[in-house]
Write a protein that binds this ligand. Structure first.
Ligand SMILES: C[N+](C)(C)CCCC[C@H](N)C(=O)O
Length: 288
């Protein structure tokens, strides 16, 4: 099994992540709290109350973990294509796989990465939703002191299965949308590249950016549900499952609830995925 794709996926995931984390914090807050009127309001309040650091809450952990998750995604994607088409990454622009093969490989990568992503994503969401400013003498400490403390508290209070809260919603969110992600990328690259040639850097950037936006647009309704189920610990209201969470959210807040965070998700998705695909392609060309 070729491993360069896993390494390239690791590095490119880390680069994309740093660029996108501030957008991600605003998104998670908008989706799970009702105190903000919109993106700008959330940004201003976060900055006033917590300074720039507020936007980077919960980042150290995803930078290590998302890199692993992206490595699994791109590694499994590329190796599934190898199994389906018997072509390596280097040969794929000359002998392109069909879109069905790309979709199947994307869904497979998406499905497998969920099991690495679920606990990391849960911890990230819980830490991002702590809105207390950095510890001041006399003020009560935040509930979780950091990722390790957060993981340990969840295990203690909710059992190890607590770390997988929301994992089913995450599977539903990621399996088809990662298929869409790779199909959009391939389609846009092939549209603007003469047959058989490698796409240019500009093409890779734009195709990667739009692959991110398209897949996030489709994923947003389940993203909202996933984040809410992850926040529903023993003390918050508990949903009976994905459908129950959907029905209750829609009843209480209207259908618009499924699109919370769509604008911010798209604004984040372009730079993150443009950089992820560009670094991924370049690392592989450089090693190949
Ligand atoms: C499929 N779905 C849209 C849910 C996720 C796509 C993930 C791509 C990238 N790691 C990012 O964070 O944007």
């Amino acid at each position: 099994m070729p491993v360069e794709e896993f390494v390239a996926g690791w590095i490119s995931g880390a680069l994309g992540l740093v660029l996108g984390h501030p957008f991600d914090t605003v998104k998670v807050r908008l989706q799970t709290q009702t105190t903000y009127r919109g993106i700008i309001d959330c940004m201003v309040k976060t900055y006033r109350h917590e300074s720039l650091l507020g936007f980077f809450k919960g980042m150290s952990f995803p930078i290590a973990s998302i890199a692993v998750v992206n490595s699994v995604l791109f590694g499994v994607y590329s190796n599934t294509l190898l199994a389906l088409t018997a072509t390596s990454h280097q040969e794929r622009w000359a002998q392109p796989p069909s879109y069905t093969q790309v979709f199947i490989a994307g869904c497979t990568g998406g499905f497998v990465q969920v099991y690495c992503l679920a606990p990391f994503d849960l911890i990230k969401v819980r830490l991002q939703n702590q809105t207390e400013p950095r510890a001041r003498p006399g003020s009560p400490p935040p509930r979780y002191r950091g990722p390790v403390h957060c993981a340990a508290s969840i295990c203690q209070e909710e059992g190890p299965r607590g770390l997988f809260r929301g994992a089913w919603a995450l599977t539903l969110r990621d399996t088809p949308t990662l298929g869409i992600y790779f199909v959009t990328y391939e389609w846009l690259c092939r549209q603007s590249t003469p047959d058989g040639q490698n796409p240019s850097s500009a093409t890779v950037l734009v195709a990667g950016g739009f692959a991110g936006i398209t897949s996030w647009a489709v994923a947003t309704p389940l993203d909202v549900i996933k984040s809410r189920m992850q926040m529903a610990g023993p003390k918050h209201r508990v949903y009976r499952g994905v459908l129950d969470c959907m029905a209750r959210s829609a009843q209480q807040e209207g259908l618009g609830v499924f699109f919370r965070g769509l604008t911010i998700n798209s604004a984040r998705a372009f730079p993150v995925n443009a950089v992820t695909f560009l670094s991924y392609e370049y690392l592989l060309r450089w090693w190949g």
